[in-house]
Design a protein around this ligand. Structure first.
Ligand SMILES: C[S@@+](CC[C@H](N)C(=O)[O-])C[C@H]1O[C@@H](n2cnc3c(N)ncnc32)[C@H](O)[C@@H]1O
Length: 309
């Protein structure tokens, strides 16, 4: 969801978060659209005084969305819509041996249940339910982390922390040394302390969170990191932003790695990735509870046969 700059208080009680019967409660808690607009412009005006650079980044993002920056003009990276099963079957051939899929499914469900309890404890948050990762995005983040066993995962777009939590749990479950570096610029009016609130305390020791505009933070943090095993793009979905993020990431991808791009059908960013670096496996999948598609590219430079899932 590209335009998310209007925080309200949203309840996560009664197990609504983490998908079981999850529905948007935005209609109940959101004030009138005109009121939101005025608040947004007042917040931007204040930001122009305290942090002019961030203010111009946000205005640029809003303009890009308005001017069609979240509209796709190029064909998708794959013409076929893949299913989770087809991706999982193909992906398994590219990764080192790992627990069976059934075992990973059980672990995934344990993490989901843990996070649902954590969401209940959190109660009300400024993040609307629609911002939470779709179950398929969370599943991809979890399984790819388990399959790849990366030293470093980088993600842009944290919000309350659904993908963040699944990645951190997968790194812990894989029992390696892997770390997660996340970048997020919260919606206007949401305090930075709210970012990633869903992440349980016991998962935080492998996590570094940077607050700021992704394309400004990435070039500062990437040089300090080892090659990236997994990149999850879930921040601003305009073509320009996705391409810029990817252009920082591509040269730093590990020989065996993957990129997951949310809303891959909403801009040219994901297709552009395939034009820059030949994926071993590329898949476009429909999200389970949202209208968008999610793109996955796997790069395995120990094999040479490009394929579609
Ligand atoms: C779709 S939400 C992320 C959801 C999250 N991955 C999850 O699983 O719950 C997008 C997040 O990216 C943030 N964001 C938007 N534009 C950004 C930018 N240019 N740089 C960094 N973060 C941005 C939004 O404020 C929001 O917190």
């Amino acid at each position: 969801m590209p335009g998310t700059d209007s925080p309200q208080i949203h309840s996560s009680a009664d197990g609504l978060r983490l998908w079981t019967g999850q529905q948007s409660d935005g209609a109940i808690t959101r004030p009138a659209r005109s009121g939101r607009r005025v608040t947004k412009w007042l917040q931007l005006a204040r930001l122009a005084v305290v942090n002019p650079r961030e203010c111009s980044d946000r205005i640029r993002g809003l303009l890009e969305i308005r001017l069609g920056g979240t509209r796709r003009t190029q064909p998708l990276a794959s013409r076929e819509i893949a299913t989770w099963d087809s991706l999982a079957d193909r992906a398994a051939t590219h990764f080192p041996p790992s627990p069976s899929r059934a075992e990973l499914e059980r672990d995934f469900e344990d993490v989901r249940a843990l996070l649902a309890r954590r969401a209940d404890q959190l109660g009300r948050t400024p993040y609307p339910l629609e911002l939470d990762a779709d179950p398929l995005l969370a599943r991809l983040a979890y399984f790819l982390t388990r399959w790849l066993k990366p030293n470093v995962v980088v993600e842009t777009g944290v919000a309350l922390g659904v993908t963040t939590s699944f990645i951190l749990a997968a790194l812990g479950d894989a029992r390696g040394e892997g770390r997660l570096v996340s970048i997020d610029r919260p919606p206007l009016g949401v305090p930075c302390e709210m970012v990633g609130q869903l992440v349980p305390d016991e998962l935080r020791d492998r996590w570094t969170l940077h607050i700021g505009t992704s394309v400004r933070v990435l070039p500062q943090v990437l040089p300090q990191l080892p090659p990236i095993g997994l990149f999850v793009q879930d921040s601003l979905f305009t073509s320009r932003n996705v391409r810029q993020e990817l252009s920082h990431i591509i040269p730093r991808l590990a020989p065996r790695s993957a990129v997951v791009a949310n809303a891959a059908d909403q801009s040219d960013g994901f297709s552009w990735l395939a034009s820059q670096i030949d994926p071993t496996l590329v898949a476009i999948m429909r999200a389970e509870r949202k209208s968008e598609c999610i793109g996955v590219s796997v790069f395995d430079r120990t094999t040479s046969e490009p394929a579609s899932a």
